[in-house]
Design a protein around this ligand. Structure first.
Ligand code: CP
Length: 304
């Protein structure tokens, strides 16, 4: 039984297989309408979500399956003190596959050890978000037709931004990837990513504080929100929250074929005026997230 806990749980070949299936679903969705008939997805969301939870639910329903779950720990027996193993064993006896989001880093991995069905990490604290990475990679594949020879700017909260950590891990496996890490000093990428992924694999990267200084070099600009919920001190959040605001003026400095991605939700880091620019790809990214999750459910359930 295969779980998806970390973006590295899928090899490059497995990813390619998954993306080809997602492409087929985009092209002829009607052929997949009954693929998961009689299957049930359980969504265990101990932390808020719009895109991840609803795209998983839409994915299962579009495949002919059904969904049960909770969108907040306050509406489950977690509030009575039920443990993660007992919750997962219980829900796993009702459903065929589980998607779980939790504020504690490592909680989905721990849960997977007790789960009788495939379990998907739908985001764990400031750690990893592998299905967002599948979404990001599928979007890049659609936009650029490749994963190699790209200069990728990651901008914003690189310390707590789990989507950034997962994307760096996954895309570093492709050829000639360069990263430009754009953040305030306090929100720089964690040391373990720098040492264990970038330095150990000789991946070129630079750390800068000003987006305007580097935007002209980028093929992809991946904007992120400052993660309010991970700060211990509100004053620090208020000081840092508007560190970067991408607007039309800054985009004038960028290449014509730049692709602007964002895992969303956005707060203030991309002005609404940018949405009309053809380089703004984040709402396509949202939609691709549903198709890639349809492909993921099919693969983990082994129904095709
Ligand atoms: N990208 C993402 O994880 O969004 P949600 O928090 O809305 O699920």
């Amino acid at each position: 039984m295969k779980h998806l806990i970390d973006p590295m749980d899928f090899s490059i070949e497995e990813l390619e297989d998954l993306f080809q299936l997602a492409e087929e679903i985009v092209d002829r969705e009607d052929d997949f309408r009954q693929v998961c008939a009689n299957k049930i997805l359980g969504t265990l969301f101990y932390e808020p979500s719009t895109r991840t939870r609803l795209s998983f639910e839409a994915a299962m329903i579009r495949l002919g399956g059904q969904v049960i779950g909770f969108s907040s720990s306050t509406s489950s027996s977690v509030m009575k003190g039920e443990s993660i193993p007992d919750t997962v064993r219980t829900v796993g006896s009702y459903v065929d596959i589980i998607a779980m989001r939790h504020p504690k880093e490592g909680a989905p991995r721990y849960a997977s050890k007790y789960s009788p069905v495939p379990l998907i990490n739908a985001g764990d604290g400031g750690h990893q978000h592998p299905t967002q990475t599948l979404t990001d990679l599928f979007t890049i594949r659609k936009l650029k037709g490749k994963f190699s020879n790209l200069t990728i700017g990651l901008c914003g909260d690189l310390k707590f931004g789990r989507t950034v950590h997962s994307l760096i891990k996954a895309i570093s496996r492709y050829e000639n990837i360069k990263f430009i890490l754009i953040s305030p000093k306090e929100l720089q990428i964690p040391q373990y990513i720098k040492i264990e992924i970038l330095k150990q694999n000789n991946i070129p990267f630079m750390e800068v504080e000003k987006l305007e200084d580097v935007i002209h070099k980028l093929d992809i600009l991946y904007m992120t929100r400052v993660q309010k919920e991970r700060f211990f001190n509100e004053e620090d959040y208020i000081r840092l929250k508007d560190s970067y605001i991408l607007n039309k003026e800054k985009l004038k400095l960028a290449k014509d074929d730049l692709s602007v991605l964002h895992p969303l939700p956005r707060v203030n880091e991309i002005s609404y005026e940018v949405d009309e620019d053809p380089r703004a790809c984040y709402f396509n990214q949202v939609k691709y997230g549903m198709y890639v999750r349809m492909a993921l459910i099919i693969k983990l359930l082994g129904v095709m």
